[in-house]
Design a protein around this ligand. Structure first.
Ligand SMILES: Nc1nc(O)c(N)c(N[C@@H]2O[C@H](COP(=O)(O)O)[C@@H](O)[C@H]2O)n1
Ligand code: ZN
Length: 375
């Protein structure tokens, strides 16, 4: 549906540009969790202060956001301004270059959120448009554009998906009681945020203990249109025969294991429709390589402390989301979110960067990034 936008007399050009770019981001989010290995992109075409066309990139293989917006605007694209959250592409990939489509449509100005880090584009789209005499403005709402596509950017630059470690712990740093019970540490609002986070990720990884003790669904619980691929890492395949995660009608599951482990259980999983893949040696690093090759941008680690520690140590985690509930459970053997990292002094502690704290219902969320120097 087209939304009429009127420029109010006191709205300066940059405010209007920001508003239009925010609309691009809103459109882009409609495809959350469905575009990998491609980015989330939205586009808006404006003529005489009114939106005449909108579009977003729905999934890899489909046309880009700009093409949907051009189709919606039709003849009105001529002489119009297009806002797009990512630099228009300038290469033949699964689809032809958007730079040429914009030139052919006769747009007179292109407002870009951020330069595309993909080496196949990397400024080439902007240069092509300028060479054709089109005015190009770059960097409107850039921080928000980069944040939306942090997984895509990480994938392109590091040839790995972005690893996000999420955990929920009590005020005394426990993720379960000594008996392994953990339902629930955080409140409904925090759990609902986790469901939304899953909808935005391509995969969620757990280890065997999480399947054994928590019996999780690991779905987005209808908080988004996407369910991530559920990944279980288990060297032994010593897993329960019945678990919610083996019910693949709602969401797919893959079990990653080592060559030759428990052929009977392997067969049983295949009969249930669960994919099973054998690695010569199963490590977080190898799993991230495999998920990169599968085309993923963002991967959520929802595992226990032992696997989390080895994922951190192997550079498979870049971002931390820690939900903290104002509850105390005690217990000297109650598990904690991150196991042994081999550190003995505080000087070795991993310090997070770009840290934000936020209240979520009665809980608190601490969000931050591990420094690249730490792995
Ligand atoms: N500006 C822009 N809008 C979109 O809607 C996009 N999907 C992209 N993607 C860029 O092009 C690459 C994918 O190309 P194909 O879909 O294979 O043709 C992707 O890696 C981005 O660089 N850009
Ligand atoms: Zn394109």
């Amino acid at each position: 549906m087209l939304t009429p936008v009127t420029v109010s007399s006191n709205m300066v050009g940059s405010e209007f540009d920001s508003l239009m770019m925010q609309r691009c981001l809103q459109l882009a989010r409609r495809a959350l969790g469905r575009t990998s290995p491609n980015p989330l992109v939205g586009a808006v075409i404006v003529k005489d202060g009114e939106i005449v066309g909108e579009g977003f990139h729905p999934c890899a293989g489909e046309p880009h956001a700009e093409v949907f917006a051009l189709r919606a605007a039709g003849e009105k694209s001529h002489g119009a301004t297009i806002y797009v959250s990512l630099e228009p592409c300038n290469h033949y990939g699964r689809t032809p270059p958007c730079s040429e489509a914009l030139i052919a449509a006769g747009v007179s100005k292109v407002v870009v959120g951020m330069v595309d880090p993909n080496p196949l584009v990397a400024g080439g789209g902007i240069a092509r448009l300028r060479a054709a005499g089109i005015e190009v403005l770059v960097g409107v709402e850039e921080a928000a554009c980069r944040q939306l596509n942090e997984g895509f950017i990480y994938r392109i630059l590091h040839k790995r998906p972005l690893g996000i470690l999420k955990y929920a712990m009590t005020l005394d740093g426990k993720i379960a009681t000594s008996s392994g019970h953990s339902a629930w540490i955080t409140n409904q609002e925090a759990r609902s945020e986790v469901h939304q986070l899953r909808a935005a990720c391509d995969a969620v990884i757990v280890g065997g203990n999480t399947v054994r003790y928590d019996n999780p669904y690991l779905t987005s619980h209808q908080q988004g249109s996407n369910n991530p691929l559920r990944v279980v890492m288990s060297r032994s395949l010593n897993l329960p025969e019945n678990a919610r995660i083996w019910e693949v009608a709602e969401a797919p599951t893959v079990v990653l294991t080592e060559v030759g482990s428990s052929p009977d259980f392997h067969k049983l999983l295949l009969e249930k429709g669960v994919e099973v893949l054998e690695f010569p040696s199963l490590t977080p690093e190898k799993v991230m390589t495999y998920l990169y090759e599968r085309g993923f941008c963002s991967v959520l680690w929802e595992c226990g402390g032992t696997l989390a520690a080895s994922a951190i140590a192997q550079g498979a985690v870049q971002k931390i989301l820690a939900f903290i509930a104002p509850k105390i459970i005690g217990g000297s053997h109650a598990p904690t979110p991150v196991g042994d990292l081999g550190f003995t002094t505080m000087t070795e502690a991993l310090s997070l960067e770009r840290v934000h704290w936020r209240v979520v219902g009665s809980d608190c969320l601490v969000e931050g990034y591990l420094s690249e120097k730490s792995h």
